[in-house]
Design a protein around this ligand. Structure first.
Ligand SMILES: *[C@@H]1O[C@H](CO)[C@@H](O)[C@H](O)[C@H]1NC(C)=O
Length: 205
C-alpha cells in the first residue's frame, strides 16, 4: 500500500463560467479502518483562492500551515492577495524543496484572478510537477473513478448552480467506487462576490 493511500480521501476541482468549485469527501481513515467522518480536505487561502489536498493527513496539516505562513508573508511584502496562479507556483516550489524526501500529498489549486475574475485551476504531484487544465483536476484514492465521472459530466461555461450539481454528482458517484473515501462530502463554490459552502450527505458505510 502506498503511503499516499494510508488515510484515503478524494478531492476534485472544476472550472465554470467566472466561477470555480472544489469538492472533497469527509472520511479520515487509517488503512481500511474509518476513524472520522468530518475531515474537510479543501481550505480557503483568501477571498478568491482555494487549496485542496489529498494524501497523508499529517503532511497535509504540516503543509497547510507552511502555506498559510508563506501566503501571509507574501501579503505583508506585496500589500495584496496572491494570484491563484502564483499561489500554484508557490505550492509547487514548496513541494519541490523536498524533492528527495517528499511530503506525501497532492494539492489542487482553484481561484479567480485579475479584475475580470478569470477562473484558474491546477494540480501538482507530490514533488510539485504542475498540471494546468481548463476543465477539471482530480487527486486522491478515488481519482480513477473521478476521471470517468468528470469526463462524462463536465461541460464548458457552467453557471455556479450547474457547477455545484455536476461536481457533487461526480464526487458522490466516484467515492462509492472507492472504499477509502466517502462518508459524505463538502463543496466550495467560488464566485466573484462570494464563497458558497455546502455539505453533502452520503452513505455512511
Ligand atoms: C482493504 O480492503 C480491500 C477491499 O476489501 C482489500 O482488497 C485490501 O487488501 C485491504 N487493505 C488492507 C491494507 O488491508
Amino acid at each position: 500500500m502506498s503511503i499516499l493511500e494510508y488515510n484515503g480521501g478524494a478531492v476534485v476541482a472544476m472550472l465554470g463560467k467566472n466561477c470555480v468549485a472544489v469538492a472533497s469527501d469527509l472520511r479520515y481513515g487509517i488503512k481500511n479502518t474509518t476513524v472520522g467522518c468530518q475531515m474537510r480536505k479543501a481550505y480557503p487561502i483568501h477571498q478568491k483562492c482555494l487549496l485542496g489536498m489529498a494524501g497523508l493527513a499529517t503532511d497535509v496539516q504540516t503543509f497547510l500551515e507552511k502555506m498559510k505562513f508563506r501566503v501571509n508573508m507574501y501579503k505583508l511584502r506585496e500589500d495584496r492577495d496572491i494570484k491563484p496562479s502564483s499561489f500554484g507556483n508557490m505550492v509547487s516550489s514548496a513541494l519541490y524543496e523536498n524533492r528527495f524526501g517528499p511530503m506525501f500529498l497532492e494539492p489542487v489549486i482553484a481561484g479567480l484572478e485579475g479584475d475580470d475574475n478569470t477562473p484558474f485551476i491546477s494540480s501538482t504531484d507530490l514533488i510539485g510537477a504542475q498540471c494546468f487544465t481548463d476543465n477539471f483536476v482530480v487527486v486522491g484514492t478515488a481519482s480513477e473513478a473521478l476521471y470517468g465521472m468528470c469526463e462524462s459530466l463536465w461541460k464548458p461555461e457552467m453557471e455556479p448552480e450547474d457547477l455545484f450539481e455536476v461536481i457533487s454528482q461526480c464526487l458522490m458517484a466516484s467515492v462509492d467506487r472507492d472504499c477509502n473515501s466517502g462518508w459524505g462530502g463538502i463543496v466550495y463554490i467560488l464566485t466573484p462576490d462570494k464563497l458558497i459552502t455546502k455539505e453533502l450527505k452520503g452513505r455512511q458505510d
